[in-house]
Design a protein around this ligand. Structure first.
Ligand code: MV4
Length: 519
């Protein structure tokens, strides 16, 4: 086994990897930018090396500085985490050229999956259905037009080099194709330095479901089931869960065996994820892309399978065989994860960087908080504003939701805005409780919120008085330096809940949002 690993990342995922190393008695080297000198991931590692200025390009994306840090500290392997250099085959090659082990798949597998068109070809040759469309890039507008007619509208234009929705356009009528083709091309050129586009038939109201796959270097390949990732905002996942609420009729087995075939076809090793669109009506699934990294949302799979995916990545990279076979894997209960961001949900999710002035994190039965910050952390403008991932496990989905609601209510972050209030509303939403999830969920949820505010009877006078009293009380507590979530306040929430028959806390949150209280 390795004696020392360098972690080429920051924030919660660097800490998650450190923890797996600790469990395996492997020493850790953190890297950090000048902006992160005091960061938690640095303090939790055995050693740390500064790799450059705040800008990611000069630090966390700086291949030379990172391989030099590994050489200087005599680390034997590098774990890239997710984002930054995690799916960069040039980085994997540079790591290998420096005589070190890259904890991830081969550079060749990353090359193949990095291009959407070659990934589609790999899926097709493994016998897996892709969304009907072109395998080759479109050569011209005329080609796009003829191809769209052939597959039938609505169609999706997508960037060959793409991902994350950039350079993607839904085209519902022939009249829209011309301008969509040119804007998608220039968006793709801007984002990826490559204007090539391909075309797919559009799947309406799809679910986004992905399968976790794991392979060792001895020919063993298994899948660890699905994650439901349909709740997204601007192509960013917001909530993920395992199992999917539509895990029925052998969907997991059908998707899982498709993924094992793809992984074998590309000689995959380590952790990977294959993303699918699942048609709401038919439950047919279509290959979208393969991510050759550990995913942000891996904890929900860990909670339900009991497998430590990061530990397994490390042992597989060191040459071990997988510690489990397909028949050893079972799925118990249900897990749901929220990505907590330093963003203001009341201001169109605008980033809210700054210093955290107080922090109260949840725990208790079935709760896991993978956080990258502590009570004095600075949330920098330079990096992704995700500060933690809050996950809850329950014996079934209802219990997971109950525990998530409890954990969200316990969670308090002072000094910056976070998406916690947004999640507190989602876990009280009926459509969410019913598991009616597809990629339009957030838009419909926000529409419901707006309608609720409009149609709600003008809050009873007595409620208003209570809300005003509660806010007045909270203000005075705040001036006295007291925490919002102390016992006295909790008992007031409960008391008001009993009097009004409402969930007092959410009534007050809604009241505050609406600005009624100000009046
Ligand atoms: C699609 C689609 C419908 N039909 N492709 C968005 C991100 C990218 N990874 C794939 N995406 C989509 N591709 C076809 N042929 C709908 C989406 C899509 C979507 C997918 C997953 C999660 C959220 C989404 C939101 C809008 C559109």
């Amino acid at each position: 086994m390795f004696k020392k690993i360098l972690i080429a990342n920051r924030g919660e995922i660097a800490i998650r990897i450190s923890r797996a190393c600790r469990d395996l008695q492997i020493a850790t080297v953190a890297v950090y930018s000048e902006a992160d000198a005091g960061a938690l991931h640095v303090r939790l590692a055995d050693e740390a090396v500064c790799i450059g200025p705040a800008s990611s390009n000069q630090s966390y994306l700086n291949i030379e500085a990172i391989t030099a840090a590994a050489a200087a500290t005599r680390a034997e392997a590098i774990h890239p985490g997710y984002g930054f250099l995690a799916e960069n085959p040039e980085f994997a090659r540079a790591v290998n050229a420096a005589g070190l082990i890259f904890i991830g798949p081969s550079a060749e597998a990353m090359d193949l999956m990095g291009s959407k068109t070659s990934a589609r070809k790999a899926a097709v040759s493994a016998g897996v259905t892709v969304v009907p469309g072109t395998v080759e890039a479109l050569t011209s507008f005329a080609d796009a037009s003829a191809t769209a007619e052939k597959f039938g509208y609505p169609v999706m234009l997508k960037a060959s080099a793409g991902g994350g929705g950039k350079g993607m356009r839904l085209v519902t009528t022939p009249a829209e194709l011309h301008s969509a083709f040119h804007t998608a091309q220039s968006e793709a050129a801007g984002a990826f330095g490559d204007s090539a586009l391909y075309l797919e038939k559009a799947i309406e109201r799809p679910r986004h479901i992905e399968i976790q796959v794991f392979a060792d270097t001895h020919g063993n390949v298994v899948h660890l089931g699905e994650r439901e990732c349909s709740i997204q905002r601007r192509h960013q996942k917001v909530i993920e869960e395992c199992p999917s609420p539509i895990n029925d009729s052998g969907l997991r087995e059908r998707m899982g065996s498709a993924v094992v075939k793809i992984a074998r076809a590309v000689n995959y090793s380590g952790a990977g994820t294959v993303e699918f669109l699942v048609a709401d009506a038919t439950r047919e699934f279509y290959f979208l892309e393969m991510n050759t990294r550990l995913q942000v949302e891996h904890p929900v799979t860990e909670l339900v399978t009991g497998i430590d995916l990061v530990r397994e990545q490390i042992t597989v990279a060191a040459g071990a065989t997988l510690s489990f076979s397909q028949k050893d894997i079972s799925w118990r209960g249900h897990a749901i994860e929220c990505r907590v961001y330093a963003e203001d949900p009341e201001n169109n999710f605008f980033p809210s960087p700054g210093r955290i002035t107080s922090l109260q994190t949840p725990s208790g039965p079935g709760v896991r908080d993978d956080s990258g910050v502590d009570a004095n952390s600075e949330v920098s403008i330079h990096y992704d504003p995700m500060i933690s991932k809050l996950a809850a496990w329950g014996h079934d989905r209802d219990e997971a939701i109950d525990r998530l609601r409890r954990a969200l209510d316990e969670y308090h972050v002072g000094g910056i805005k976070t998406t916690l209030p947004f999640f507190r509303q989602i876990v009280r939403d009926e459509e969410f409780a019913a598991g009616n999830l597809d990629t339009g969920f957030i838009e419909r949820f926000q529409e419901r919120q707006r309608n609720e505010l409009k149609s709600e009877p003008q809050t009873e006078l007595v409620d208003m008085a209570l809300i005003a009293a509660a806010l007045h009380y909270l203000q005075s507590q705040k001036r006295a330096g007291k925490n919002h979530d102390d016992e006295l306040v909790q008992s007031r929430w409960k008391m008001m809940g009993r009097i009004t028959g409402l969930n007092a806390r959410s009534t007050i949150e809604r009241g505050a949002v609406r600005g009624d209280v100000a009046k």
